[in-house]
Design a protein around this ligand. Structure first.
Ligand SMILES: [Zn+2]
Ligand SMILES: [Zn+2]
Length: 315
């Protein structure tokens, strides 16, 4: 039996407990790109057959993928998005923004998004539904919602694989830097807690009672990746405040999209555990992804995704 841990109820944690695993995220991303069969997924992701089939079963069991057989091909099923995974489109858009801002990858730079409603090439942005202004981490307050209870969470959810996401062969893996960060749910949990203003090791540990060596490892990792700035506040013994850097703060729209997805799809029926207020306008915050050209709402089926030719490497 897997050990249990109690934490404050959080839609981000619930979402991460379902899909916050690097291979699950990679599979969802690839199916969004039209990769459909087991063989194609195997080639695109470079996973072992065992891990791939484990994750596919898991994603089917939580209604994130649907397996279909056709008459002509009764042996080789294809995998399809469900309403639940199509609803992850906002997180995919925000992830792409962040990747493009902080990393340069030819495959990613070659993606061009066209908004069918206005015909323009666009960059998606996260706006407040009420006032329409861009949502920044500094302009959001968190309050307990009707579902502010406690959750019992499994310490171990799925079979682990030590392979790094950065070694995957897929040229389509446009989210790999973000997946590298959040494809381990403790790392993602730590970032989410930092958005609530937590800064010190003991504060993180009180909210996320994982083994102390695991927690220090994640804090170190996030500092190395430039998401946290470690600022000493005590010389002897040496202790740090972990503050979100510009790169870390820029993850907020992604986490907001993930929180809203968790509210919709991973709730326990008692309502959102957390209510967010947009301090800019003073209203409850509902983030929505909009087109920077026409300000219209971005919906998955109203976006045409083009791949420009990737320039050949010159050496
Ligand atoms: Zn607002
Ligand atoms: Zn538009």
């Amino acid at each position: 039996m897997s050990k249990l841990m109690e934490t404050r109820a959080s839609s981000i944690n619930r979402a991460l407990d379902q899909i916050g695993d690097k291979w699950s995220l990679l599979i969802i991303g690839d199916v969004m790109w039209g990769i459909k069969t087991f063989g194609e997924l195997l080639a695109a992701t470079g996973m072992s057959r065992g891990v791939l089939s484990d994750r596919l079963k898991w994603l089917e069991s939580i209604d994130c993928l649907q397996k279909r057989y056709t008459d002509e091909n009764r042996r080789r099923p294809t995998y399809h998005l469900t309403r639940k995974t199509i609803d992850l489109y906002d997180t995919a858009m925000m992830s792409l923004n962040w990747e493009r801002r902080f990393y340069s990858e030819p495959e990613m730079d070659a993606i061009q998004l066209v908004h069918k409603d206005c015909g323009n090439i666009f960059t998606p942005k996260m706006a407040c539904r009420h006032c329409g202004r861009d949502v920044l981490a500094a302009d959001v307050e968190f309050h307990d919602g009707p579902g502010a209870t406690r959750d019992l969470r499994k310490m171990k959810v799925r079979r682990r694989s030590s392979k790094s996401i950065r070694d995957i062969p897929s040229g389509r893996a446009q989210y790999k830097n973000l997946i590298h960060l959040i494809g381990d749910r403790w790392t993602a949990n730590v970032i989410a807690l930092a958005f609530h203003g937590l800064k010190r090791f003991e504060e993180f540990h009180r909210e996320l009672p994982i083994a102390t060596n695991v927690l220090s490892d994640r804090l170190k990792f996030l500092t190395q990746e430039g998401v946290f700035l470690a600022v000493p506040y005590c010389e002897r013994p040496l202790r740090f405040n972990y503050a979100l850097s510009e790169k870390g703060l820029a993850l907020f729209p992604f986490f907001l999209a993930l929180l809203q997805w968790g509210d919709t799809w991973c709730g326990d029926g008692s309502g959102p555990p957390m209510m967010l207020i947009h301090t800019t306008c003073g209203e409850p915050l509902h983030g929505e992804v909009r087109c920077d050209a026409c300000d219209g709402r971005i919906l998955a089926y109203r976006v045409h995704q083009e791949l420009l030719p990737i320039p050949a490497e010159t050496s």
